[in-house]
Design a protein around this ligand. Structure first.
Ligand SMILES: O=c1[nH]cnc2c1ncn2[C@@H]1O[C@H](COP(=O)(O)OP(=O)(O)O)[C@@H](O)[C@H]1O
Length: 152
């Protein structure tokens, strides 16, 4: 995820121009915000995961999930600090702790979830973790309970 300019956590992305198309617009935003080399890890239609209509705010959001290797993650993290929007729209990439610290049962993912997220980003994170089999539904519920946050 990334720390946004407004101090909230969210996913890299942004508004897409009608004429450019969804994946092209997303890849443009990923390049601007985190310096993603779209020739190596570009997003395609096959990575689509969910769509949500936001009636009150008058927009539709699309969420994509792409599995990449640890090497690719490292490359992206290294490039991110030289991206066009680094220090402006994006204040840095953030890895998500997907464990709970046994010490206090609230460190790790529960503590991470108690941060402030933009829009439905927390929901999207949890959906992605479950959909990709990284955490079970029960593990997510447990982390949410320990975090004091409620699933929307
Ligand atoms: O990661 C995300 N998940 C879900 N919704 C998001 C995410 N990032 C931004 N949004 C939503 O998209 C809309 C525009 O967000 P943002 O504040 O980034 O654009 P802006 O800077 O052009 O106003 C907001 O309504 C926000 O709630």
């Amino acid at each position: 995820m990334q720390m946004r300019f407004d101090g909230r956590l969210g996913f890299p992305g942004g508004f897409v121009d009608l004429e450019e198309g969804l994946e092209a617009g997303l890849n443009r935003e990923l390049e601007e915000e985190m310096g993603l080399d779209v020739r190596i890890c570009g997003i395609t239609e096959e990575d689509w995961a969910a769509t949500e209509v936001h009636d009150e705010q008058n927009f539709v959001s699309h969420f994509y999930i792409k599995k990449i290797t640890l090497d690719q993650i490292r490359q992206i993290e290294t490039a991110a600090t030289t991206a066009k929007d680094h220090g402006l729209e994006s204040l840095g990439l953030v890895r998500v702790p997907v464990y709970t610290l046994p010490r206090d049962k609230a460190g790790g993912l529960p503590a991470f979830l108690s941060n402030t997220f933009i829009g439905t980003a927390r929901e999207e994170l949890l959906m992605g973790l479950e959909q990709e089999g990284i955490l079970s539904h029960a593990e997510i519920q447990k982390a949410l309970k320990a975090s004091g946050a409620r699933r929307q």
